[in-house]
Design a protein around this ligand. Structure first.
Ligand code: BGP
Length: 468
């Protein structure tokens, strides 16, 4: 037996998001996700949409209690812009939205669950995409900041940890480059770069507002840091991996932590005439308002190689610089198609330690989505998800090792608490510690939820045998 003890006051819990859990009940506006589902329900597995999701809007009390039973001392969710704000231009709040988030905060406080509130989880109000072109517009940055100020003013006295965005890179990548999230554009590289810059700026402006309004709190950003490993050490593959690292990881990391953008990447963007438009005043805001911590979402690595074909698209795109490499013998979660590679956690931790001044961070999402989990149900009705426990054990062992090596990591959040809705895949792959029966709405703690309770209560991961 080996015991891995985690630092004192370590955060144990999980993450979810408003659009994936609450359902659209009572919202004054539709988000781009709501609109996408209304427009093309066939894009979603089994035709399931965010309109119902897991009904967290009505069942948050029960869900928070179940999280407590799973040992959570913390939980991240997001405030939906489309629920909290009635007047998108002024940032005036919607009374029902205020009441819902107040009740959620009160309940979490009563249970001793520390909330981390995120402001944007892919869920832009749709009307802002239609009227202004969404994140391509500088005006939308100001509207986001009005929303952020309203949220900080209303809830900042009771919630001390906040994050500005979840995975802003995915908004550019999935919406403007690879076409798998609304508005489903492909290889609109110039627009993607502008969208990225505006979100980095919006984040810095929100950090500025937060530090004024909630001086005792702390604010960060959640980034999907997906290490890019080259096929081999040939120069062309190394160059492909370097570009991917700069574009997909370091753009937001540098902006958030250093207040600048990767120089080599900017040079290339300028050379290709796709550099974002920015005023000097805005660049000064980015440089002066860096985050207090970062959240790292880690699921899988990226294996890349130089392009094997010549790039034919008319418009510039980061996809011109690399293509995916299918490494032989890689371990795969077949339901999601993602490689399982826990060792990447150590590599991410080293980058943060060596290149980002060892800024405090936590693992803000990690998890394994599995299809048809009901087949693992025992006679007592409990899903015996030992594969999920094994997945977490391996990742936590790596995280523990990274902390031993000096990483300033203060917590671990799984994805997710109660099985929730997902972009495209809807309820196909289940990630939760708590199973949701969609036909009855009932919730049942899985075996992994019981396992997590012991881990959180003892602050110790106990393993029979492990080779790191
Ligand atoms: C992250 C997102 C989450 C969640 C998770 C699982 O990138 O922040 O919102 O959805 O991935 O991925 P998926 O739902 O696509 O299987």
């Amino acid at each position: 037996m080996m015991n891995f003890v985690f630092p004192e006051h370590f955060l144990w819990g999980a993450a979810s998001s408003g659009p994936q859990s609450e359902g659209s009940f009572q919202k004054p506006h539709a988000s781009v996700m709501d609109y996408w589902f209304q427009t093309r329900p066939q894009d979603f597995y089994d035709g399931a949409g965010p309109d119902q999701a897991s009904d967290f809007y009505h069942r948050y009390r029960e869900d928070l209690r179940l999280m407590k039973e799973c040992g959570f001392n913390s939980f991240r969710t997001s405030i939906q812009w489309t629920r909290l704000i009635q007047d998108l231009e002024t940032g005036a709040p919607d009374p029902d939205g205020v009441s819902f988030y107040n009740r959620l905060i009160e309940e979490a406080q009563a249970l001793g669950i520390q909330l981390i509130l995120n402001l944007h989880h892919f869920d832009l109000p749709e009307v802002l995409l239609e009227q202004y072109g969404g994140w391509e517009s500088r005006h939308v940055v100001d509207l986001y900041v009005r929303f952020a100020r309203t949220a900080f003013t209303l809830f900042g006295n009771r919630v001390s940890r906040w994050t500005t965005f979840n995975e802003p890179m995915v908004i550019a990548e999935a919406g403007y480059l690879d076409g798998f999230h609304w508005p489903k554009y492909k290889n609109r590289g110039k627009a993607a770069v502008q969208v990225m810059y505006h979100m980095a700026l919006a984040s810095a402006l929100a950090v500025k507002a937060f530090h004024e309004l909630v001086p005792d709190g702390s604010i960060g950003i959640i980034l999907n840091l997906t290490p890019a490993y080259p096929k081999d050490a040939q120069a062309e593959h190394l160059a492909a991996a370097r570009f991917v690292e700069q574009f997909y990881n370091h753009f937001f990391l540098d902006a958030a932590v250093k207040g600048s953008f990767p120089k080599e990447l900017l040079k290339e963007l300028r050379r290709q005439s796709v550099l974002f438009t920015a005023s000097d005043d805005d660049l000064a805001v980015v440089s002066e308002n860096t985050v207090d911590f970062i959240g790292v979402n880690y699921y899988h690595p990226r294996r890349v190689q130089a392009r094997t074909d010549s790039w034919q698209e008319a418009e510039w795109s980061p996809n011109a610089y690399f293509c995916d490499y299918e490494m032989p013998n890689r371990r795969i979660n077949p339901y999601r198609g993602w490689e399982i590679y826990p060792q990447a956690i150590g590599d991410i931790a080293d980058v943060i330690k060596n290149e980002y001044n060892n800024i405090p961070w936590y693992l803000s999402e990690n998890g394994m989505g599995v299809e048809h989990e009901a087949r693992f149900m025992n006679e007592a009705g409990v899903i015996c998800d030992d594969y999920r426990i094994a997945f977490y054990e391996e990742h936590l062992a790596q995280l523990h090792q990274a902390i031993q090596n000096g990483a300033a990591c203060f917590g671990f959040h799984a994805w997710t608490a109660v099985d929730c809705w997902s972009w495209n895949n809807a309820y196909k792959n289940r990630y939760g510690f708590i199973a949701l029966d969609r036909s009855t709405g009932s919730r049942t703690i899985k075996q992994s939820g019981r396992w997590f309770r012991k881990l959180a209560d003892t602050n110790t991961l106990t393993l029979e045998d492990i080779t790191l």
